[in-house]
Every structure is written in C-alpha cells, then in structure tokens.
Design a protein around this ligand. Structure first.
Ligand code: HEM
Length: 365
C-alpha cells in the first residue's frame, strides 16, 4: 500500500478548502503544481514549527483523464447529484481539491496563496471555504460533529483503498458538499426538538435511545452499522456580514458508493423516513467528487496523456534513459489497466459509463 496522504490525522482547528478548475491547456501547469506540492507544503510548514500544516490533494474524474495516462482509480467518477421530492444535492464543478489543514489559519492561508500563485493563468478557484473549529468540534447547529468517526485501524479500513485496487492502495475517495444552515428556523426549535433532528443529545453528545430517536433523524438515516463506515472531516464556516452559516461536509471512503448511499438515504429517503430531517435546516449548495491518491503518487506522476501518445507513435524507443523509464511506466500502467478491465470509462452509445450509481442524477441541470 502506498503511504496515504494525512487523511487519518486528527481534525485541526483551522482548514481551507480550495476547489479548482483547470483551464483548457492548463494541464501542464496543473501537473507541475501537483508534482511540486509536497515541496511547497514543506517550505511553508517548516517555517512554522508546530503548525502541523498538511494538505490532502485530490483529483476529479474528468481532470484525471486530462492529466494522466494509464490506469485510473477503479471507482472514480463525477459526483452524481441527488434529487429528492423535497431537497436536492446539486453537482458543481471541480477538477482539483486542496484540503489544507493546520493548527493556525496563517499556515493554511500561506499555502493557499502559493497554490493560487502557481495556478494563475491556468485555472480558476471556484470555491474557497475557510473552516474553523467551533467550541468542542461543534457545527454551527451547536452539535458535536465527528463523534462516530472510526478510529485507528478501523479508520484506515474505512477511508483507504486496499488491495482490491493495488495501483491505488492507500488512496481515498472524497466527496465534498457545502451546506448552508437556516439558523433562524433552527433556533426556533427547542433543544429537545433539535436533538430529535440530529439523533443525539446537544450538550453532552450521547446518541438517543432507539425509542427516542426518530427514523428521520440524521444519525438514524446515516447509521454506519447498516450502510458502512466513512471518515468525515467536516468544518464550520461562515460570514456574519452575509448571514452565511454553514458546514463543509467532506468524507473520505475506500468506496464512494458508501457516502453516495448515505446521500441517497438523506435525499431520497429510507424505508422508514421520507428524507433526513437535517435537510429542512441545511441546504446543499455544492457537490463534487475526487480521489486522493497515496502520497507516493505525487513523487512520480504518470505520464501526461499527450506525452504517452507521442511516445507510442514515435516507434522505436528514445535513447534517453529518462524517457525510456517514463514510457515503460506508462505502458506498464496501460497493460495493467487492460488486464484488469479498467482504465478509461467505458462508452455505451452516447453515454459515458462513469460507474456512478446514477440515481436521482442532477448532472447537467
Ligand atoms: C449539514 C451538514 C451536516 C451536519 C451539520 C452534520 C452533522 C452531524 C452530527 C452532529 C452528527 C452526530 C455526531 C457524529 O457522529 O459525528 C453526524 C453524524 C453523522 N453524519 Fe453528518 N452532518 C452533515 C452532513 C452529513 C452528510 C452529507 C453525510 C453523508 C452523506 C453525513 C454522515 C454522517 C454519518 C455517517 C454520521 C454518523 C452516524 C452514526 O453512525 O452514528 N453527514 N453528522
């Protein structure tokens, strides 16, 4: 298994989430940035001892095809979006996700600036969210968020791809969504009512008993014993000027079907609940899926698609040992992809089979 990015490290008090799109012809700059990121992080972090600066870099499905030749993470596809009768989870653009986290905001901000400088002219930052710790890891609804995250080896098993996809073992599938809370309606509820929406007590964060916990409570709908386990690193964000109060939802999983199933249950309902009641107070405004490769991936990126194609066209191999190695690596990846029956998405008619569950899709809406 490749060494994972710092997905399993504990939550920090500060984070910045950058979602980026890559311009047409911006691929070379984006690749350079990806290759240099570990060094950028070291340069910023080393000057700030104790900051614990970390960055988890993830790549979207379409961007993967533009940036790399060779095999692709087996389950990587675009965020499908979900439309329930009452609430919807929209799909929003994003080629790269930088989940920057640290003990202090200045460290996050400095690295975010460096990333933006390196992308200038080749991409756009489509979302920047500044996340902060709020009291005892509470969300802006006032509830402790993250308690039932798995720990230790269970967290690694939940978040990290294993030997089922050996090329990408140690990587993780990522879903992000920004939710905006209607705090006026929320605060109009009594604490007891709020606890029924979440399914846990507010002050001391205990799960309600089965008898007390409504089927449409957030915890009942997302019962991990039933659906599977994910690692969440949600952060509150907001602007008092704009009256914006939100939760940045970010989930890491070894299989994107698990968080997608949770979203299906939240938005389309379960056998016992029409939808997750938290959605009456929280509106999803973004939704994007990515893959966070193992850290080692960035040390030797796969060839760019054009470079790989040019080498295959050029007949006899180049005498350059460097190019020789790159070409061999690229061919090895291609051979492995075809022998394992994966790689580029399969096309059937006009439809690209992205591997998505395809339920309640909002794509292109
Ligand atoms: C408005 C956005 C959200 C807020 C404020 C929120 C808040 C919370 C809170 C307070 C808890 C209880 C404590 C805990 O175990 O962490 C919780 C649990 C959980 N949430 Fe969320 N959440 C949000 C969105 C989501 C989404 C979109 C998903 C999945 C698609 C999700 C999945 C879960 C899971 C799996 C649990 C643990 C359930 C269990 O096994 O007990 N949450 N969330």
């Amino acid at each position: 298994m490749g060494e994972p990015q710092p997905i399993l490290d504990p939550l920090t008090p500060a984070a910045i989430f950058l979602v980026v799109t890559i311009d047409e012809d911006g691929e070379a700059v984006a690749r350079d940035l990806l290759a240099d990121l570990p060094g950028l992080r070291r340069s910023v972090g080393f000057r700030m001892p104790g900051s614990g600066l970390a960055c988890i870099t993830s790549i979207g499905s379409a961007a993967w095809d533009r940036l790399f030749s060779g095999p692709k993470p087996a389950q990587l596809h675009e965020f499908p979006g979900f439309a329930g009768e009452r609430h919807r989870a929209p799909v929003t653009p994003g080629d790269l996700l930088f989940h920057i986290k640290a003990e202090n905001q200045d460290a996050c901000f400095e690295l975010a600036m460096k990333i933006a400088e390196r992308l200038a002219g080749a991409g756009a930052i489509v979302d920047q969210t500044v996340g902060f710790r709020y009291f005892e890891q509470r969300d802006l609804l006032g509830f402790v968020d993250g308690t039932e995250n798995p720990e230790g080896q269970l967290a690694a098993t939940a978040a990290l791809v294993g030997e089922e996809d050996p090329e990408f073992a140690g990587g993780s599938y990522v879903i992000v969504q920004k939710y905006l809370h209607d705090l006026n309606s929320w605060k109009a509820l009594s604490t007891t009512e709020q606890e029924k929406v979440i399914g846990r007590t507010k002050l001391d964060d205990f799960e309600l008993s089965d008898a007390e916990k409504p089927a449409n409570s957030h915890v009942a709908v997302n019962d991990q014993d039933e659906i599977g386990t994910i690692v969440r690193a949600n952060m509150p964000f907001g602007s008092v000027q704009d009256g914006e109060f939100g939760t940045y939802y970010i989930a890491y999983a070894d299989d994107p079907a698990i968080p997608e199933n949770m979203l299906i249950r939240m938005f389309l309902g379960t056998a016992d609940a029409a939808y997750d009641r938290i959605l009456d107070f929280s509106t999803a405004v973004t939704g994007t899926s990515f893959f966070a490769p193992p850290a080692t991936f960035f040390e030797a990126l796969p060839d760019a698609p054009a470079a790989a194609a040019a080498r295959l066209d050029s007949g006899p191999r180049s005498a350059s040992p460097h190019l020789e190695r790159g070409s061999e690596a690229s061919e090895r990846r291609k051979e492995e992809a075809s022998s394992q029956g994966r790689g580029q998405p399969e096309r059937s008619g006009d439809r690209v089979d992205t591997g998505s569950l395809g339920i309640g899709t909002l794509r292109n809406l």
